[in-house]
Design a protein around this ligand. Structure first.
Ligand SMILES: C[S@@+](CC[C@H](N)C(=O)[O-])C[C@H]1O[C@@H](n2cnc3c(N)ncnc32)[C@H](O)[C@@H]1O
Length: 375
């Protein structure tokens, strides 16, 4: 094992993330060129994702010891060392000395002093958003919607790496996403036609293919549609056709599908453990824009549903605007459509739809609404 190397790869990744790179794109590339062993790669991944998630908490810990500006490289070193001291199963002396070894000579004494003084010290958290390491607005929004206990549990759970869950066909997919596909699929008579209007990379569309006669999997982004195609090919599916289309106006015939799924582009607050940097990117004001897009997508999806067929709306988030707000919108525009309880998965009732929070069953947070069109 060469932990010093995994730490230096982690440091390079953290610098790139700080400059705006996506952690889950940058790190695999750096690991690829590093020739690190599997164990060291896992260690580097744990460091980069952990430090990225816990950035706010780590910067609080740094602020307890340092009251002058710190250059970015040295700040990342301190974060790296403090994360190991507080949240990783690394002996304190190794966390300190291996981190100090990565420091430029002029900063070694400083990094060493800060880390040594922090080891075992009381963090004295000023508030929960700092301790849990989320922007205030995410914490406040979840507390307002679910109360402090559920909000805190959900946010704590999303500081842990997600479990890897594998479908029968070998596709790796979060359990809540599997439930969405199973519950939506259960509403389709076997052999029926299903449309997925926001399908990339194809997780739910490929799951629907085992039930449907035909699946049309569409997405706005050509490079993401290519991901659907490669998954369809890899799984050997012959009943999925793939297209680039704007879900607001897809070239599909009205009332032509037994099931239309909109697994919407969303704020992703339910999937934060998958994207360690997402909490720092998404802004409070994005939520309203996303909800407006979601409303347009479900409207256009509804027009494609055949009489007696089902519209399924899902989103890996729990903001009110993107869950209950869309439910209220559809209650008005599709007053005669009947809400259906999901036949698969373990959900809480949420408006006329269903919700699972991350700590309920160790899944992504997910909302699902199923509506049947009158015959
Ligand atoms: C939550 S992801 C879909 C995940 C996918 N259903 C799965 O299970 O693998 C949302 C998708 O919506 C796509 N998207 C965003 N705006 C869209 C639009 N106007 N029309 C169609 N797709 C859109 C994004 O490119 C993204 O792939």
């Amino acid at each position: 094992v060469t932990p010093a190397n995994s730490r230096s790869v982690a440091l390079a990744a953290l610098a790139a993330v700080e400059d705006g790179a996506f952690a889950n794109l940058t790190l695999p590339k750096l690991l690829e060129s590093s020739e690190l062993e599997r164990r060291d790669r896992d260690f580097a991944t744990g460091l980069v994702y952990g430090v990225t998630r816990m950035r706010r908490a780590l910067d609080w810990l740094i602020s307890l010891r340092v009251d002058r500006p710190i250059e970015p490289e040295v700040r990342n070193l301190l974060r790296l060392g403090l994360f190991q001291l507080r949240w990783m199963d690394v002996p304190d002396h190794a966390a300190v000395s291996e981190t100090v070894d990565l420091a430029p000579p002029r900063a070694r004494g400083f990094v060493n002093a800060v880390l040594r003084r922090s080891a075992g010290a009381d963090p004295g958290w000023p508030d929960l958003p700092t301790e849990l390491s989320y922007p205030d607005w995410i914490f406040e929004r979840l507390v307002a919607d679910f109360g402090e206990a559920d909000a805190t549990d959900a946010l704590r759970r999303m500081n842990q790496p997600p479990p890897v869950t594998v479908r029968q066909d070998g596709y790796v997919q979060d359990l809540a996403s599997q439930w969405v596909a199973a519950a939506a699929g259960a509403e389709l008579p076997p052999g029926g036609v299903a449309y997925d209007l926001a399908a990339a990379p194809g997780g739910k569309a490929t799951a629907l293919a085992s039930r449907a006669g035909t699946v049309v999997a569409a997405d706005l982004q050509p490079h993401r549609v290519r991901l659907i195609s490669s998954n369809v090919r890899r799984l050997g599916l012959t009943n999925v056709s793939v297209m680039v289309a704007d879900g607001k106006r897809p070239a599909l015939a009205p009332e032509s599908a037994g099931l239309v799924l909109v697994d919407a582009p969303c704020s992703g607050l339910g999937a934060l453990r998958r994207r360690p940097d997402a909490r720092w990117r998404i802004q409070a004001r994005d939520v309203a824009n996303l909800a407006a897009l979601q409303a347009r997508l479900v409207d256009s999806a509804a027009a494609l549903v055949a009489p007696g067929g089902v519209l399924a709306y899902s989103a890996c988030t729990m903001t009110e605007a993107e869950t209950l707000g869309i439910d209220r919108h559809l209650e008005k525009s599709l007053a005669a459509w009947e809400p259906k309880q999901p036949q698969a998965g373990e959900w809480r009732a949420h408006g006329r739809g269903s919700l699972v929070l991350p700590h309920d069953h160790d899944t992504d947070g997910m909302f699902l609404l199923l509506l049947r069109r009158p015959t």
